[in-house]
Design a protein. Structure first.
Length: 158
């Protein structure tokens, strides 16, 4: 998938150093936005599935001899609600799809995120908000599907 020499990706010429700088800036902005929402490195790791050391290496342009693992890049974007196309654009890879606008946030969610980002809100209140979010997430996963609205069939003859 990635060339050993970093010159061509999918038949497209890619300047590796420029891609490193752009991707590092993309990661830096993504991390700043996540921290503004009150997320810690460990929260980011948990929501994206990407290790803290990995996204810090991306930020430092320390990829080693290859390129970032695209599965990890996609997980990072998905976990933070960032269109993956934006990461690919930062890497110098333009897909056929254009970058999409982020989905609008519900006004109540926006207020909660503003509370998490507000430096005047106590750490205890921020922890309580995060705990509430985690509880809601666990509850959403544990709730069984809604029962069918189809009428039940009655057993026939016995």
């Amino acid at each position: 998938m990635w060339p050993v020499n970093g010159t061509y990706v999918g038949g497209v010429a890619v300047d590796r150093e420029l891609a490193k700088a752009n991707f590092a800036q993309f990661i830096r902005r993504a991390l700043q936005a996540a921290r503004a929402r009150g997320l810690t490195d460990n929260n980011i790791r948990d929501s994206t599935g990407v290790g803290v050391s990995t996204f810090h290496r991306w930020q430092r342009q320390d990829w080693g001899p290859g390129w970032p693992d695209l599965t990890a890049v996609i997980g990072f974007c998905t976990g933070l609600g960032i269109p993956e196309e934006d990461a690919f654009a930062a890497l110098g890879l333009r897909g056929e799809r254009q970058p999409s606008a982020p989905a609008p946030l519900d006004p109540d969610v926006r207020k909660i995120l503003q509370r998490l980002a507000d430096p005047n809100v106590s750490p205890g209140e921020k922890d309580a908000i995060r705990l509430m979010f985690r509880s809601l997430a666990v509850h959403a996963e544990a709730v069984p599907p809604k029962p069918s609205t189809r009428p039940r069939r009655r057993p026939t003859g016995t």
